[in-house]
Design a protein around this ligand. Structure first.
Ligand SMILES: Cc1cc2nc3c(=O)[nH]c(=O)nc-3n(C[C@H](O)[C@H](O)[C@H](O)COP(=O)(O)O)c2cc1C
Length: 203
């Protein structure tokens, strides 16, 4: 085993996504910002959680808190420059969505903009808001998922390989793509359990 070193505490999670949250502002214009603080958090009802820095100027946060509805889009690896730009420019200064050549349509089940160029978008209603340190954590109930047909795989579900989402490293500030599948979840462990049981009997 190699030696362990202690590092300064910081927010971290591996792997982190790079997603784009969007909401309408008070004038009905679409706001959007890139987020790495985003994860699923409930099966029933289906929900996800995002966290936006409330100590800094974030137009999208204001819009989500006002509208109580938002969308989260999953950009693909070929949209990495657009995604990064949406994460460095503020809607207070520039119409980012238009600037990068993206377009929006009102979501089907919530009053929030869906970025048409996202191959997968989830529509959310705010369930819970919590202030956690520097960030406002927003839990959104997922009331609809829109996906382009070309990311639907053989099983009739979204296929990660077809979607090609962006993986983000918030420690070194790098973007990655998803690698190869390594095993079937809930299956490789079950096989391992059987193998361990067999081994135990032999002893
Ligand atoms: C890869 C990446 C991930 C980011 N993740 C977050 C995040 O999780 N929370 C946050 O508050 N800001 C995050 N940001 C920064 C915001 O996207 C950025 O401040 C944006 O300009 C806010 O835009 P707005 O003022 O139009 O809402 C991220 C930026 C990048 C490039």
């Amino acid at each position: 085993m190699s030696n362990k070193v202690n590092l300064k505490p910081r927010a971290m999670m591996y792997p982190a996504p790079a997603v784009i949250a969007s909401a309408y502002d008070e004038d009905g214009n679409a706001d959007a910002c890139t987020l790495a603080f985003a994860t699923m958090c409930s099966h029933k009802p289906p929900a996800l959680m995002i966290a936006i820095n409330s100590t800094a100027k974030r137009k999208t946060l204001k819009s989500i808190l006002e509208r109580k509805e938002f969308a989260v889009g999953f950009p693909t690896i070929d949209q990495v420059a657009e995604t990064d730009f949406i994460g460095i420019a503020s809607g207070y200064d520039v119409n980012k969505i238009e600037k990068v050549g993206f377009t929006t349509t009102k979501a089907q089940n919530v009053n929030a903009p869906i970025i048409n160029e996202m191959k997968v978008s989830v529509e959310c209603k705010v369930m819970n808001i919590a202030e956690v340190g520097s960030h406002t954590q927003i839990t959104g109930e997922i009331v609809n998922i829109q996906a382009d047909e070309d990311v639907i795989g053989e099983k009739g579900k979204i296929d990660l390989k077809l979607l090609n989402p962006i993986v983000y490293d918030d420690v070194l500030y790098d973007y990655f793509k998803v690698g190869d599948k390594i095993a079937d979840a809930f299956n490789v462990g079950a096989k391992f359990r059987k193998w361990m049981l067999r081994l135990g009997k032999k002893r």
